[in-house]
Design a protein around this ligand. Sequence first.
Ligand code: FAD
Length: 397
Amino acid sequence: MTRLTVDAAVVGGGLIGTWTALFLAKRGRKVALLDKGYIGAQSSGVNFGNLRLQGRHPAQYPLSMRAQALWEDLENLIGDRCEFDPTGHLYCAYDDKETEALHHYAEVSEANGLAIERLDGAALAKRFPWISGKAVAATYSPRDATANPRLVSPAVARAAKALGATIIENCRVQEIVARGGSFELRTETELTIDCGQVVNSAGAWGAQIAADFGETAPTFPAGPPQFVTEPLPYFLRPSVQTIDGTVIARQIPRGNVILTGYPRTASDPVANKAPVPPFKTLAGMRHLTALIPKLQHAHVIRVWSGIEAYLPDMIPIIGPSATTPGLIHAFGFCGHGFQIGPGVGLCLSEMIIDGTTPTPLGAFSIERFRGDVAASEKFRKELTRCRSFSRNCEICA
Ligand SMILES: Cc1cc2nc3c(=O)[nH]c(=O)nc-3n(C[C@H](O)[C@H](O)[C@H](O)COP(=O)(O)OP(=O)(O)OC[C@H]3O[C@@H](n4cnc5c(N)ncnc54)[C@H](O)[C@@H]3O)c2cc1C
């Protein structure tokens, strides 16, 4: 039996856990970061890579803008750019109703300090001639960016380790015992950890940890299907999204076009699987080529998805446990945790060290779900819409 005593233990080595460990280590705290598998191997390593600022939930803007400033300083922070690229983001509408929604999002973004350009059909065709006439309007945000998700969590963990953090992979935390002001973490290996604070950054597995402390989080595991094409001559900059969510696409300078879109598919955190039914590839490419016709002959060479926890109101749980002092939850990032990840890590480190953070996080309290356990099944149906996984599904076909 090995025992380790630290100031804080972070359970889950995705983006949220690694950024938290980094900011704690930067301020001299003794921190242990544990993952049941490898650092960044779940949602954090397989996501689309969008650092999208347009169209976020209004309550999330202060956190989101704080996070973007950290992304923009990534190389100074961790000594690696991780292919961070300020590509900008183009949000497209197909009709007047969608244009109205687009302009509403633009007003919210502007009220939170983001510069947005509004483009009508003619301006869109002139500036981005590869967009089809199906798009009648768009908004463009130059500050939105992309980065390579495969690189980020391991790079952040390496930077945390260089500052003294203990990084432990392949070590599932099986039980967390609260002992009036301190915690004992029992793992599936011989290791036991004693600490004063615990961060639950266990992603799609975080709701179980919350449940062990008597707290309800009606999460549902799902993931947007992802597709990547063969390398093609580079032309697609910025990243492009339709407001109906059927197309979210970007091209990396190596030439591959990465595509995702809704509806999402259900995933399985127990079997550790996130299947993408083959006909979703056909549907995804049909949506993509309706928006960008010059991709009609592109070949998809790989598909994947991930295991992400969604909540009924599509915003995460971030904040102190309502039952157990010293425990902080940060999970359920509803498909947009990549962008806010560094901001979440910084805020959690402030909560642990200073007892408070200047960023408003009240909307993300776990207490908003108190007693509401029926929400997830209703939400599951709404979120994935497709439940048949068959080519006869009218949503997927
Ligand atoms: C396909 C896909 C595309 C996405 N695209 C985008 C995008 O373009 N932009 C964006 O902003 N967001 C995107 N997201 C969302 C983003 O990837 C996630 O919100 C983010 O990665 C969540 O990070 P996390 O650290 O909370 O979770 P995770 O990355 O899931 O990390 C949690 C970790 O906890 C570990 N763990 C769980 N239980 C235990 C335990 N008991 N003991 C030890 N370790 C444990 C797991 O092994 C895992 O590594 C996407 C998600 C998916 C799935």
